[in-house]
Design a binder for this molecule. Structure first.
Ligand code: AP5
Length: 213
């Protein structure tokens, strides 16, 4: 099963993608996580990506597409995957379709987690991310057992650099301009499905499972 998660920054794509990956036994592939791992490791790719990410801008398509195509070649991706944060532009979606159709494959579902802009800034300022394993929490909606400490690996929880309110507003406008058109793109292909992302996260997941079967 090949699934794409769509939705504004902070809509809950990562939260739901991890739950889907665990239930259906497919890998969760997040381009944001891959970039953050590269930034942490100080790679050339990480240095280039950070310049864009810190401003709330998209990393150029040419840096993203090759990276994700390489990731698909890994063994765990043979039976499908849930993509979180890719594609994010029409050229990225076209590159994905072209690569899949060469192999006689296609995306099965594009799930749009719909959350209005006014809820987003509040969600992002409360998000905390683990510096060790990348797990995400929310200080109110999904709090860790001990404040500031990851339940899974015990490392420190931080506010992401790009979760500051002024950067979040920029990410939202980039989302509306460059990523939201993908909803139409996948609607025309007949595979777009919308869920209400303002509900409790377990209810959002139930709605997704009802779609995926
Ligand atoms: P990326 O890491 O993909 O960030 P994003 O799309 O902006 O999404 P987020 O991770 O911020 O949010 P999310 O929807 O996953 O929400 P989450 O589940 O954490 O990308 C970062 C940057 O990398 C981009 O800005 C860009 O520069 C670059 N990049 C990445 N991919 C790229 C690409 N393909 N092309 C170009 N550039 C790229 O939830 C948010 C918070 O809300 C959490 O605290 C969570 O606990 C809480 N929450 C979740 N669900 C609920 C709920 N139902 N109710 C209440 N709280 C909830």
């Amino acid at each position: 099963m090949k699934i794409i998660m769509l939705g504004a920054p902070g809509a809950g794509k990562g939260t739901q993608a991890k739950m889907i990956a665990s239930k259906y036994g497919i890998p969760h592939i997040s381009t944001g996580d891959i970039f953050r791992a590269n930034i942490k490791a100080g790679t050339e790719l990480g240095k280039k990506a950070k310049e864009y990410m810190d401003k709330g801008l998209l990393v150029p398509d040419e840096l993203v597409v090759d990276l994700i195509m390489d990731r698909f070649k890994e063994d765990d991706a043979k039976n499908g995957y849930v993509l979180d944060g890719f594609p994010r532009t029409i050229p990225q979606a076209e590159a994905l379709d072209a690569a899949l159709s060469k192999a006689g494959e296609a995306v099965d579902y594009a799930i749009n987690v719909e959350v209005p802009d006014e809820n987003i800034v509040n969600r992002m300022s409360g998000r905390r991310a683990c510096v060790g394993c990348g797990a995400t929490y929310h200080v109110v909606y999904n709090a860790p057992k001990t404040e500031g400490v990851c339940d899974t690996c015990g490392e420190k929880l931080i506010l992401r650099d790009d979760d500051k309110p002024e950067t979040v507003l920029n990410r939202l406008s980039v989302y509306h301009e460059q990523t939201q058109p993908l909803i139409d793109y996948y609607t025309k292909k007949g595979i777009a499905k919308e869920v209400d992302g303002t509900q409790d996260m377990n209810k959002v997941f139930d709605d997704i499972v009802a779609i995926l079967g």
